[in-house]
Design a protein around this ligand. Structure first.
Ligand code: SAH
Length: 389
């Protein structure tokens, strides 16, 4: 009853971004479990979704878009679903509180410096978005101001004001995005203050995170996710491991402590640079990272007849490609651990793998995104012909 009352109150003040806000957390988990069973149950056992003890304030990243509010006041918030209309958001129950404070500081500093919000239709104005990341383990905060053009007048005063309003911010970056696509970040960056990255730890490994790197948004649940993935791989210090779609190397480096060697592949160059630095910083000399398309890379490995004992794959929402799956089957690792943020594309890809004689041992949901429809999951697969499991 209490929870329901709270949900109703939240929904009234909500921005519409959280589709499950009106359900109790228990009901949300049940709904997610049912969806996973419906989509994936035919492949193997779907273990109960692992939820959070406290499903609030879990997000470590926010993107807030600038707009002109009442009385021409500079405001920022999120796009209303399916539109480019900005709903002002000052506070969110899903964000780490440090994020909202940082966004407010950037907004106030930008208003003081008279920066004009970018208008997509007229293509006028300067500032488009602010992206803020927070590290739960180091408490570092990164603020990235996305501008439509490279010149930021009075940038020194801007930085000084942000630091005054929010001393927690340890680095400030300007990202330049002149394009009119829906991508938030552009390709060019200028460090205005600090190191240009923040550091976080997961499962005892330190990670450097750059503005454009993919990094899971719920650090507490991510640790559980990675532990389960490592458990699925059954690492004992002797295996060779491929970490495909590796981002800043989070899964591979967590696995490196329990493996003979790790090879990671990732498309985003700055994420690969971070992964290489992360390996050095953690003294994990048995891990290497390369920049490239995961499909082409694994096809090359398979053609060369190279073997891997374990393959972790963690593709984006669109899932993997039939060619990648074909190549992984040719390589025949003893274990394939598929980590997915989209059960629909996981279903499509498992369908292909099962036809290629893979067996799904189990599927495990981990709720990384309470209050939303999304659910992360892991599938553990072994090769049918392989008696050495
Ligand atoms: N394993 C990482 C990242 C997973 S997100 C983690 O847990 O944090 C998916 C990653 O795949 C992103 O970093 C994205 O940049 C990368 N990616 C997208 N398409 C790719 C491709 N074709 N080849 C390699 N990596 C790709």
């Amino acid at each position: 009853m209490e929870e329901q009352k709270r949900s109703c109150e939240l929904e009234k003040m909500g921005c519409g971004g959280c589709s499950m806000l009106s359900l109790s957390y228990e009901k949300q988990l049940k709904k997610k479990q049912k969806r996973l069973e419906k989509l994936l149950g035919k492949f193997g056992k779907v273990q109960p979704v692992i939820g959070m003890e406290n499903p609030w304030h879990y997000r470590n990243k926010v993107i807030s878009t600038f707009t002109r509010g009442e009385g021409k006041r500079l405001q920022s918030g999120i796009y209303a679903q399916g539109t480019h209309r900005v709903i002002p958001v000052e506070r969110c129950f899903l964000h780490q509180p440090a994020l909202d404070k940082a966004v407010e500081a950037v907004r106030k500093a930008a208003a003081d410096c008279k920066y004009q919000p970018y208008d997509e239709d007229r293509r006028t104005g300067l500032i488009r978005h602010v992206l803020v990341r927070h590290s739960l383990t180091t408490d570092e905060v990164m603020a990235v101001l996305v501008t439509a053009s490279p010149i930021l007048p009075g940038s020194k005063a801007f930085v000084k004001k942000i630091r005054e309003f929010c001393p927690n911010i340890t680095t400030i970056v300007q990202n330049i995005n002149p394009r009119s696509t829906s991508a938030v970040l552009g390709d060019k960056e200028k460090i205005l203050y600090g190191k240009g990255y923040i550091t976080d730890s997961l499962c005892g490994v330190k990670f450097r995170i750059a503005p454009s790197s993919f990094y899971q948004v719920n650090p507490k649940q991510t640790e559980i996710l990675y532990q389960k993935a490592i458990e699925a791989a059954g690492l004992n210090g002797k295996q060779t491991v491929l970490d495909a779609y590796c981002g800043v190397g989070t899964i591979g480096l967590t696995a490196a402590k329990h493996a003979k060697s790790v090879l990671g592949v990732e498309l985003n160059q700055s994420a690969v640079r971070c992964a290489v630095e992360n390996a050095k910083e953690n003294h994990l000399g048995n891990a290497r990272f390369l920049c490239g398309d995961a499909t082409r890379f694994i096809q090359k490995l398979a053609t060369r007849g190279e073997h891997m004992d374990v393959v972790f794959m963690d593709p984006p929402r669109a899932g993997s490609t039939p060619e990648f799956l074909q190549a992984v089957s040719r390589m025949r690792p003893k274990k394939l651990v598929y980590i997915s943020c989209n059960p629909e594309t996981l279903q499509r890809d498992l369908e292909i793998l099962v036809k290629q004689r893979w067996k799904v041992e189990w599927i495990q949901g981990v709720d990384l995104f309470p209050m939303t429809e999304h659910c992360e999951c892991i599938a553990k697969l072994t090769y049918c012909d392989d008696k050495r499991k």
